[in-house]
Ligand binder design. Structure first.
Ligand code: SAH
Ligand code: SF4
Ligand code: F3S
Length: 473
């Protein structure tokens, strides 16, 4: 059978799609080149905003209508909307062949056998009481890979549907994660991104070590820094990233791990959501703007080349012009390298959905545009500061726009384009001197030899500053 996946949403969905593709390929199925070529089309959905769901429903409707011309084609839905709406989706779009929860990748070959035998409208959702089975399957050939370490979320921010959909927090056993990373490293992967909604909560809700590692003096006591240390020690891994962060996870030990462990990149995606304390409290984020900035200060003090990215929601219920100004101030004070700005969208069943959605759409759009413009200026300024610097770039491949150029990423996760040289291969770390800076992209020239074996910690200046002895939130 030839399959095609359409993926919306966050990195979790990207990772799940990859697992599905790998599971299907291992079962003898082949990727299709396009929709016409496909016997099975799976739409991998996101529920985080209403628009994301509407788009997916529209797409599914079109695909199901297309079955008139290709009656053999199977259409399925997976991901967060599939899990959230389940049977209701089958009712709304009766031609759907399969509705799959977010933790069902391994069940797919068996479900496909049932579909081949003629069954239709199969509903296979996650059981919130069962221990999740996570597929460790990856496709071959990549330089970079996502590894899920923490599933679900326990934070319950007032606006967010993710905890309802993805369930309670569950940390995968460290042994499984390390095995998965080892296999990836053996297959040529050089960069790992560990995934979780509040990824530093790893190990806080359930035990993760078979036998707790001995706690050496000076070693890490907390589970997530320990995991970083163990992953970073796997031969072949040159870069280690993780996302998303929450200020409560930025303990001094975590910051020390980021600063001192080889390969861990000095970059954090730390969504702030708002700069107004009143709104932050209504959002139930668990910090004030000042506390957020204090955390950022500690990160920057420890890592001179630290890069920070964020998410912001505009138009949360009751957000006033003053609240919005506070967000603009915070954006400037935190100096984000990049941020994603979202217009608030009420999600059924969340506490915020019971509040008045009282910021008019036009005003949400305006605030969104103001922050985008602020961020553009800020991003350009921060990228200009990279001019003439030499950044170490992990080579990802030929640039999509210009095949004479190659593309990679800096330790701070900025896209860097550079002129290719025949000695450079995908997966190398090369020193690139920056000659031109746009708001989203840096351009430069290779100024030295590719060194496949230099750990990133020796490439980025890591001053041995003592950490301010401040208790985390
Ligand atoms: N777990 C991550 C965020 C996952 S959702 C974290 O907390 O860091 C990704 C982003 O979508 C959030 O950071 C938030 O900015 C945005 N978002 C979530 N729910 C939303 C809603 N109801 N309306 C608008 N944006 C929302
Ligand atoms: Fe949603 Fe908050 Fe959990 Fe992030 S931390 S997934 S925003 S509830
Ligand atoms: Fe991600 Fe969207 Fe689900 S943000 S966790 S795909 S609701």
């Amino acid at each position: 059978m030839k399959f095609l996946l359409h993926t919306y949403g966050c990195q979790m969905n990207v990772r799940d799609a990859e697992a599905v593709a790998a599971v299907l390929e291992a079962a003898g199925h082949l990727p299709a080149v396009d929709e016409n070529d496909a016997d099975l089309i799976l739409v991998n959905t996101c529920s985080v905003r209403g628009k994301a769901e509407d788009k997916a429903v529209g797409k599914l409707g079109l695909l199901c209508a297309g079955k008139r011309l290709a009656p053999h084609r199977l259409v399925g839905v997976m991901g967060c909307m599939a899990q959230r709406r389940g049977a209701a989706l089958l009712k709304k779009i009766p031609q759907l062949d399969l509705v799959l929860g977010t933790r069902q990748q391994q069940a797919l070959p068996e479900l496909l056998a049932r579909l081949t035998a003629g069954e239709r409208g199969i509903l296979q959702l996650d059981d919130p009481t069962a221990t999740p089975r996570v597929s460790q399957a990856h496709r071959a050939g990549a330089i970079s890979a996502f590894v899920s370490v923490l599933l679900g979320c326990n934070r319950r921010c007032a606006y967010c549907v993710v905890p309802d959909v993805r369930g309670a927090e569950y940390s995968r056993p460290a042994k499984d994660i390390l095995e998965e990373v080892q296999q990836l490293a053996d297959a040529g992967v050089r960069e790992i991104t560990l995934l979780g909604q509040s990824v530093m909560n790893y190990g806080r809700s359930n035990a993760v070590w078979e036998t707790p590692p001995t706690r050496s003096p000076g070693g890490f006591q907390e589970d997530f820094p320990r995991l970083l240390e163990a992953v970073s020690a796997i031969a072949g891994i040159r870069r280690l990233r993780f996302t998303s962060g929450h200020p409560s996870g930025c303990t001094n030990e975590l910051i020390r791990a980021m600063r001192d462990l080889p390969h861990v990149c000095p970059h954090l995606h730390l969504p702030v959501q708002s700069g107004s304390d009143r709104i932050l409290e209504l959002m139930r984020r668990g910090y004030t703007a000042a506390q957020y900035l204090e955390v950022v200060g500690r990160l920057r003090a420890a890592m001179p080349s630290f890069a920070l990215t964020s998410d912001v929601i505009v138009g949360f219920p009751t957000e006033t012009a003053d609240d919005f100004e506070a967000t603009r101030h915070l954006l400037a004070a935190a100096a984000f390298d990049n941020s994603f700005i979202f217009k608030y969208s009420p999600r059924p069943g969340t506490p915020a959905a019971a509040m008045p959605d009282d910021v008019p759409t036009a005003e949400k759009i305006r605030r969104n545009q103001v922050l985008l413009a602020d961020q553009d200026i800020l991003g350009q300024r921060l990228n200009d500061a990279c001019l003439n610097q030499t950044l170490h770039v992990l080579v990802e491949g030929v640039s999509l726009r210009n095949t004479q150029r190659w593309a990679g990423r800096s330790p701070g996760n900025k896209i860097v384009l550079f002129t290719h040289q025949p000695t450079i291969a995908v997966g190398d770390l090369v020193p690139v001197q920056i000659t031109r800076a746009a708001a989203q992209t840096l351009y430069g020239d290779v100024v030295g030899l590719a060194d496949a074996h230099v750990p990133s910690a020796t490439l980025t200046p890591q001053a041995a500053l003592p950490l301010p002895n401040k208790e985390p939130l």
